[in-house]
Write a protein that binds this ligand. Sequence first.
Ligand SMILES: Cc1ncc(COP(=O)(O)O)c(C=O)c1O
Length: 407
Amino acid sequence: MDYKDLIGSYGSPLYVYDINKVIAAYQHLQTCLPPEAAIFYSVKANPHPFIIRQLYDCGAGVEVSSPGEIHAALQAGVAAERCLFTGPGKSISDLEFSLHKGIAFFSVESEMELRRIEKAADNFPATEISLLLRINPVQAARGISLTMMGKDSQFGIDEALIISYPERFKSRKKNVAIVGFHTYMGSNITTIAHLTEAFEIGLQCACRMGNALNIKPEVINLGGGFWHPFANNEPSPRYEPLQPVVAALLARYFPNHRPRFIFESGRFLVGASGCLATTVQDVKWCRNTQYGILDSGINHLGGMAGLRRVPRYEIDIHKEDKAHEPLSCWVLAGPLCTPLDVFTYDITTTPFFCGDIIVIKNVGAYSLTASLIGFLSFEPPVEICVLDGTVCEVSKLEINRKKIAYI
Ligand SMILES: Cc1ncc(COP(=O)(O)O)c(C=O)c1O
């Protein structure tokens, strides 16, 4: 990819998504899961409609968690029947919006949400609504960088609650059916052994829940946790060894009656596709430290890390090599007025010069839209999709203030 050329045409900073990598990741995951498994793309990783569309065309379902993600999926041309609406705190208007758009497949986060869905269902009597109860299992999985379940958590319904009060977790409406269960133990599980352990916890939990509620699940969503490196130069993981292990697990826990199995993935499917190309705007010394100031910061990448909500990332910088220049220690900072706006604190490298282009790899997932995009009101970067080496989509997110009342 000639980033200098692309920046010359579309400006800096620039996100570039290599769509062939998205397709390759989907195909890889598909071959590494049992044939009956359905893969759902988690739009939160990257809501770019072109990316959603490519994954949908590959055969993916789509996991959405807000009205905005519903918009993005439908705008991308995804059929409403291929969407699953997940996530805590769905309001009545979120639910009605979803049903109005034809999305009637929900993961239920609590008893209150179950009753709220039943209430929303009253206005859609002709719609068959299918629910997965999202369960927080008693047991936690290991090896997870962001554990979401199997511990005290705002996600899902505590397994013990369902065992104690099963009647509270049954549908009270004719057009609302509980068709199965959803578990999602956490994100970024780095070993295949831990990943399969998480799936096994989900399967065991689904069996217990089926017995407690007297349901033969038609659908079991085992979540995901498929790992991918972020903002460095590491290769994507390979999941070949997963196939026989997961196939054996599904057969062990559901030998006769076979539900539909769903797996969700965001970061693995799109992580490798994205690069952020940013330009050095200023170079200076302060005491003993050299600083390169970029035109992109935590408003475009790693904003959640900037707030210290997740561990800071190590970023590999890719710049044109100046082989003869001496090595020295640099801090690379973004343009925001906060000392937290730093991409890397001490890299030893050849000097940076104003106008140098820096390319940060593996940032296709949880990058632009997981950042402080409104902070300091810089324009969002242009986003480019490249397919077979050719630019096929150029767009930019807009942050607009619109008046909602004239007073
Ligand atoms: C319910 C659920 N599904 C899927 C995902 C996507 O996870 P990942 O991008 O790590 O695959 C998340 C991430 O938080 C999630 O909460």
